[in-house]
Ligand binder design. Structure first.
Ligand SMILES: Nc1ncnc2c1ncn2[C@@H]1O[C@H](COP(=O)(O)OP(=O)(O)OP(=O)(O)O)[C@@H](O)[C@H]1O
Length: 480
C-alpha cells in the first residue's frame, strides 16, 4: 500500500481524477488553492507594511509641526552669526538694481527700474500701508548682536501708528518719524521706501553691517524692523535738528553757530567720516554727505547720519554704479561723470560742506547773481582775488581770525581738488584742522611751492595761489 502511494504512476492517476469541483482535475484544484494562498499571503504582507509606514508618519508630522512652531528667533540667530565681510561678497547678491535719481534741493527721489529681480514682494507706499496691522508672525523683541529687531507693532506703538504728526522729515530714502519706545527711549524711525530691490535676507545682512558701526560722531542705529514689505530703521534720536536747518533756516540776524561751534562741527564730521573710511574693514563710503545728513546735539556736536544706506538700498558687487546718486552740488565730478566711487568722492562733498558752513551759502544757488551761483567757483575767485574775509557768513557773530579762516579754506579747497588723487585723506584732514601753527605753515609753504610749479604748467589749479600766498603773509601777520 505504502509502495503504491509513492508510485509515480499511481500519483499521476490520483491527481488526474476529476473532482466534484466543476469536474476539475485534482492537481488543478491543488494549484488554484496554492496560488490563492500565495496571493492572500502577499496581500497580508503588503497590509502589514502599509500599516507600519502609517504608524511612522505621525512621527514625521510631529517633527514638521514642531519646526513651524519653533520661534523665528532661532532663524535670526543663524543669520546674525554670519560675518558681515563674508556677506559683502556673497555670490547670491541680487543683481544691482538700476537706479534713477530725480535731483532736487530737498527732495530727490530714488527710484528702482522695473527690472529689479527679487523674490520679495514689491513694497510701495500703498502696499506697505495696507500691510499695517496684519497679523505678522514674529517675536515681540529680538536681541541682535548689536541692537534689536523691532516688531512692526512695537514701532507703530512708538510712533502713534506712523502718524503724520510724528513725521520729522522726508528724505530720499523714506519718511522719518519721531517715536518713544516703551522703555522711554526717544528714537527716529526711518520707514524706507524703494525697498523693492532688497530681499529680506540681504536687507538684514546689510543692516547688521551698519548696526555694528559705532562712533560718537555717527548717528547710532539701534535696530530695525523687517516685516512683510516694511523695512524700517530705528536710530538714536538726535535732538537739535540738522545742520541745514541751522545754516539756512530762519535764525535771525545772528546765528547761534559761532565760528568756534562751526569749527567743532567740521571736526566732528571729519572724525565720523575718518572712522568710516579708515577705521573699518571693509571701509564705508557714505556717498551722500550734505548738511541735512549732519545732525546736531544740544552741545553742537555733529553726528553723521545715513551712512551705509546707499549700500543698503542699492546692493552692488562693484563700486561702479550704473547711475550716480548723491545730492546736486555735493557730488564729486569724477563720480558724476564715470560713476567711479571711492572715499575721495566723500572728501569732495566734505569740502563743499566746509564751504557751506563757512559761507552760509548753498552749494548751488540760482537765486544769486551769475558768478556766485556755484559756491566752489565763487569761493575760488574770491580767494584768488584776496577777498577771503568777504566769504564768511555774515550771520556769524564774531568773524574768525584771518589765520583761522585761511586754515579751513585751505582744507576745503584741497578737498575739492578736481584730481581725486590729490585730495587729502580724512585722517590727514583731521591733522590739518587740529594742527599747531608750525605744521600749518609747513603745509602752506608746500602748497605755495606746488602751486608755483603747477601753475607754470597748467592754467587752472585747485587751490588759488592767493590762498597760499595770503596764508603765508597772514600767518606772519598773525605772528606779529
Ligand atoms: N536720528 C535722527 N534724529 C533726529 N532727527 C533725524 C534723525 N534722522 C533723521 N532725522 C531728521 O529727519 C529728516 C529726514 O532725514 P533723512 O535723512 O531721511 O532725509 P535728508 O537727510 O533730508 O535727505 P536724504 O534722505 O536724501 O539724505 C531730517 O530733517 C533729519 O534731520
Amino acid at each position: 500500500m505504502t509502495m503504491s502511494i509513492f508510485n509515480p504512476d499511481s500519483i499521476n492517476n490520483e491527481l488526474s481524477k476529476p473532482t466534484s469541483i466543476f469536474g476539475l482535475k485534482l492537481w488543478v484544484v491543488i494549484g488554484i488553492l496554492l496560488g490563492s494562498l500565495i496571493v492572500i499571503a502577499l496581500f497580508f504582507l503588503s497590509l502589514c507594511l502599509t500599516s507600519r509606514r502609517r504608524n511612522r508618519k505621525p512621527r514625521h508630522a510631529d517633527f514638521a509641526s514642531a519646526a513651524v512652531a519653533t520661534p523665528p528667533i532661532s532663524k535670526e540667530i543663524q543669520e546674525i552669526v554670519r560675518p558681515p565681510a563674508q556677506d559683502h561678497c556673497h555670490p547670491t547678491q541680487p543683481v544691482a538694481a538700476e537706479i534713477q535719481v530725480d535731483i532736487g534741493k530737498t527732495e530727490h527721489r530714488v527710484v528702482f527700474s522695473d527690472r529689479v529681480s527679487s523674490g520679495e514682494s514689491r513694497g510701495t507706499v500703498s502696499e506697505t500701508a495696507s500691510y499695517s496691522g496684519s497679523g505678522c508672525v514674529g517675536p515681540e523683541v529680538s536681541h541682535l548682536g548689536w541692537g534689536r529687531w523691532y516688531t512692526l507693532r512695537e514701532l507703530e506703538a512708538a510712533t502713534n501708528g506712523l502718524c503724520e504728526e510724528n513725521v520729522i522729515g522726508e528724505g530720499g530714502y523714506g519718511i522719518v518719524y519721531s517715536g518713544i519706545l516703551t522703555d522711554g527711549t526717544k528714537v527716529a524711525v526711518k520707514n524706507l521706501l524703494n525697498n523693492r530691490g532688497q530681499a529680506e535676507k540681504e536687507f538684514r545682512v546689510e543692516v547688521e553691517a551698519i548696526g555694528r558701526v559705532r562712533h560718537k560722531n555717527l548717528v547710532r542705529l539701534l535696530g530695525y524692523c523687517v516685516e512683510g514689505a516694511y523695512r524700517m530703521l530705528v536710530y538714536d534720536y538726535v535732538d537739535n535738528g540738522n545742520l541745514e536747518q541751522w545754516i539756512h533756516g530762519d535764525v535771525g540776524d545772528k546765528s547761534p553757530l559761532t565760528w568756534d561751534i562751526r569749527m567743532n562741527i567740521i571736526l566732528c564730521m571729519a572724525k565720523g567720516l575718518a572712522y568710516l573710511h579708515e577705521g573699518l574693514e571693509p571701509k564705508v563710503v557714505h556717498r551722500d554727505i550734505k548738511s541735512s545728513n549732519i545732525l546736531l546735539d544740544r552741545q553742537w556736536n555733529a553726528k553723521v547720519s545715513d551712512f551705509g544706506l546707499a549700500k543698503l538700498l542699492f546692493s552692488e558687487s562693484s563700486y561702479v554704479t550704473t547711475r550716480v546718486m548723491g545730492t546736486f552740488g555735493y557730488v564729486a565730478p569724477e563720480y558724476a561723470c564715470t560713476g567711479m566711487l571711492t572715499e575721495k568722492s566723500d572728501i569732495y562733498s566734505f569740502g563743499i560742506l566746509i564751504m557751506e558752513i563757512i559761507t552760509g551759502r548753498n552749494p548751488v544757488d540760482y537765486s544769486r547773481p551769475q558768478g556766485e551761483v556755484n559756491l566752489v567757483e565763487w569761493l575760488k575767485t574770491m580767494v584768488g582775488n584776496r577777498r577771503s574775509e568777504e566769504v564768511v557768513d555774515p550771520k556769524i557773530p564774531e568773524p574768525p581770525t584771518s589765520k583761522a579762516l585761511k586754515r579751513v579754506l585751505l582744507v576745503a579747497l584741497r578737498c575739492v581738488d578736481p584730481d581725486a588723487n590729490k585730495r587729502p585723506k580724512m585722517g590727514h584732514i583731521i591733522h590739518m584742522l587740529e594742527a599747531e601753527d608750525l605744521f600749518y605753515r609747513d603745509q602752506e609753504r608746500r602748497a605755495t611751492r606746488e602751486h608755483a610749479s603747477r601753475d607754470f604748467n597748467q592754467p587752472r589749479t585747485e587751490i588759488s595761489p592767493a590762498v597760499a600766498e595770503t596764508s603765508e603773509s597772514d600767518s606772519s601777520k598773525d605772528r606779529r
